[in-house]
Design a protein around this ligand. Structure first.
Ligand code: MG
Length: 284
């Protein structure tokens, strides 16, 4: 098994969409560029959901085309539907992510659909994206627990992952949306999902709300996962626990991986500086 780990930076999207402050477009562009310059191979840049749903990222059409792209770096954008995909294409996106969850209670609250309805809605989005030659990722929120319905069975996560993979998602990111994941849960979920998705195409999106994100990273590594999501400066709190941490911070993740002998190609200090600068801008 390879010791190299791919760190997927989600701060400019998942971080900023969960901060109350709205950051000027030029600063978002600068953040994305600084993170790519720090060696991050994937920088999720923004989201083409409606401005009403996520006012913090209403400038996606302006931000993405302004980014100076580093060769070899991927800049995925979140897309909720065909309309969002068309906006993303017009802005020059070549990688997208779609998002659903492992509990109907959460998808109803978050996107007004059941899981099954969300998968039906994504089918034409993913089909069109693939026809356009785009790289595609699928997110599954609440894979370790749901703020509305509680425990989530690994078999349910596996079913959603298999469906997204079947629709052509090249990578599936399994999210601990409320940060309740326990290290002993991680191998159970990974093993269940690996029945339908190769573990090399699985990412873990861990939150540190319960303070166990790095323990869960270790459990993920032991289970064979080599892709982890994180956010520079730990940007993005937890909407279900005001004031508590949400996204695992990229500098903590990278430091942890390097200590354990995993190469990432990322300069943790440069990420920390970029994250600290942005934390200042959002008033944290
Ligand atoms: Mg997150």
């Amino acid at each position: 098994m390879s010791d190299a780990v791919t760190v997927v930076e989600v701060g400019p999207r998942d971080g900023l969409q969960n901060e109350a402050a709205v950051v000027p477009a030029a600063d978002k562009v600068r953040l994305i560029e600084r993170l790519a310059d720090a060696g991050l191979p994937v920088v999720e840049a923004t989201s083409f959901v409606s401005a009403k749903a996520v006012p913090q990222l209403a400038d996606a059409d302006e931000v993405l085309p302004a980014v100076r792209r580093r060769p070899g770096v991927r800049y995925p954008v979140l897309v909720p539907n065909v309309r969002g995909l068309e906006r993303a294409l017009a802005a020059g996106a070549d990688a997208i992510a779609v998002f659903t969850a492992a509990s109907d209670e959460f998808t109803r609250a978050n996107i007004g659909m059941t899981i099954a309805e969300s998968l039906l809605a994504f089918a034409p989005v993913l089909q069109r994206a693939q026809a356009e030659g785009m790289w595609t990722r699928g997110y599954i929120s609440t894979a370790f627990g749901c703020p509305y319905s509680g425990a989530v069975q690994p078999a349910v996560v596996a079913g959603v992952a298999g469906a997204l993979h079947g629709l052509g998602c090249r990578e599936i990111s399994i999210g601990d949306t409320i940060g309740v994941g326990r290290p002993e849960q991680v191998p159970e979920v990974v093993e269940a999902v690996s029945g339908s998705v190769p573990v090399s195409e699985l990412a873990l999106h861990l939150h540190d709300t319960g303070g166990r994100a790095l323990e869960n990273v270790a459990a993920g590594l032991a289970a064979g996962v080599r892709i982890f999501d994180s956010s520079a400066g730990g940007l993005g709190g937890c909407p279900f626990a005001p004031g508590a941490p949400g996204n695992l911070s990229t500098e903590a993740l990278v430091g942890f991986l390097h200590e354990r002998g995993h190469e990432t190609g990322v300069d943790a200090e440069a990420v920390r500086e970029a994250g600290a600068w942005m934390r200042g801008l959002v008033g944290r």
